[in-house]
Design a protein around this ligand. Structure first.
Ligand code: SF4
Length: 103
């Protein structure tokens, strides 16, 4: 069961059409040139799903990205058996191959 969804906005893709802010003004704000910023952390409760999905689907630049469902009951605090896997820190000798850097 989901409590909503998670999105993110790739501002490098935004072309400033402003459709997102029209559909979901609580989640997208526009600057003076019409380029969008995400309001909040991208968590969208179920009650606002339709408006935000409409913004996502109508964005002509595909700048709004669906990140999955928001399931607060599955976060680490509720599931101590789940450990977060962090990416290795860059610029160490142990992970040069992972980051693609070769001397
Ligand atoms: S609808 Fe898409 S392109 Fe238009 S302002 Fe929003 S994010 Fe940018």
């Amino acid at each position: 069961m989901s409590d909503g969804l998670r999105i993110r906005l790739d501002r490098t893709l935004c072309d400033g059409f402003g459709i997102c802010a029209k559909h979901a003004p609580d989640y997208f704000s526009l600057d003076d040139w019409g380029y969008a910023s995400l309001v909040g952390d991208g968590t969208v409760p179920e009650r606002d799903r339709d408006a935000v999905m409409r913004a996502l689907l109508d964005c002509p630049a595909h700048a709004i990205i669906y990140m999955g469902e928001h399931r607060p009951s599955e976060n680490q605090q509720d599931r101590p058996d789940v450990t977060e896997t962090l990416e290795p820190a860059p610029k160490t000798e142990d992970n040069e191959a992972i980051s693609g850097f070769v001397r």
